[in-house]
Design a protein around this ligand. Structure first.
Ligand code: SAM
Length: 224
């Protein structure tokens, strides 16, 4: 029976994959991946061999045609992004929208699993009954407006950030929102996992004192 499965994959630790995700990967006809080299490591670890196709942000709409044709032919198709849950600051949403629009009766299932967003919130140690997720802030146009939105929020705001811009972001937060509390979850599920918290200038001080930690992947939570 044809089906499109949107499968969450590990955000670092290859053991973070559900039994259902592994079964879905084993039973599918083809895997579309944001980067086939990344998924290959996971598949090798679990001894799964499947045809791989690339589907990234640039090819999402074009590849949706191909996937619709496969689904119409009765295939089981999987989509995985590089890490975590597809569609969360990753490709996937436009693929799902296209398939749903063109094949309204096609089965589209979520195979839930890791997401850096949920993992960071789970160890942030703050009241997260409500929060806003903004993902990556715009790099240029709209950045100041976004920073003002973060500063004005009366509930925690969760951001994704790269090592190249983490110091810049903390500097900007120190100016826009000096009294806020920042929690940074770095390298979640990996060897160098750590959580750093404090006022923006304190967290910035930590990175200045330990420049070797300005690398890897970061989730930034800004609490009022
Ligand atoms: N779809 C993914 C998810 O569900 O979390 C997010 C993909 S987004 C392109 C990548 C960003 O997620 C990184 O720049 C970082 O902000 C965050 N991230 C991913 N893995 C992480 C990890 N192991 N530790 C901390 N942050 C991580």
């Amino acid at each position: 029976m044809n089906k499109l499965s949107i499968v969450a994959t590990p955000i670092g630790n290859l053991e973070d994959i559900t039994l259902r995700a592994l079964r879905t990967l084993k039973e599918c006809d083809v895997i579309y991946a944001e980067d086939t080299r990344v998924i290959s490591k996971l598949l090798a670890r679990y001894e799964i061999k499947k045809p791989l196709q690339r589907l990234d942000a640039a090819t999402e709409i074009k590849k949706a045609d191909e996937i619709c044709a496969r689904l119409e032919a009765g295939e089981k198709v999987v989509f995985v992004s590089d890490a975590g849950t597809p569609g969360i600051s990753d490709p996937g949403a436009r693929l799902v929208a296209q398939v749903r629009a063109r094949l309204p009766d096609a089965a589209i299932e979520a195979i839930p699993g890791p997401s850096a967003l949920a993992a960071a919130l789970s160890i942030a140690g703050m009241d997260i009954a409500e929060f806003t997720f903004l993902g990556f802030l715009p790099h240029k146009k709209g950045r100041q407006t976004a920073l003002k939105k973060v500063a004005a929020s009366d509930i925690p705001v969760v951001l994704y950030e790269s090592p190249h811009r983490i110091v810049k972001l903390l500097t900007e937060l120190g100016e826009a929102s000096p009294a806020s509390r920042v929690v940074i979850a770095r390298e979640l599920t990996k060897v160098h996992e750590e959580v750093i918290s404090g006022a923006p200038h304190e967290v910035l001080g930590h990175f200045t004192a330990h420049p070797d930690t300005v690398r890897g992947e970061f989730v930034v939570i800004v609490a009022p």
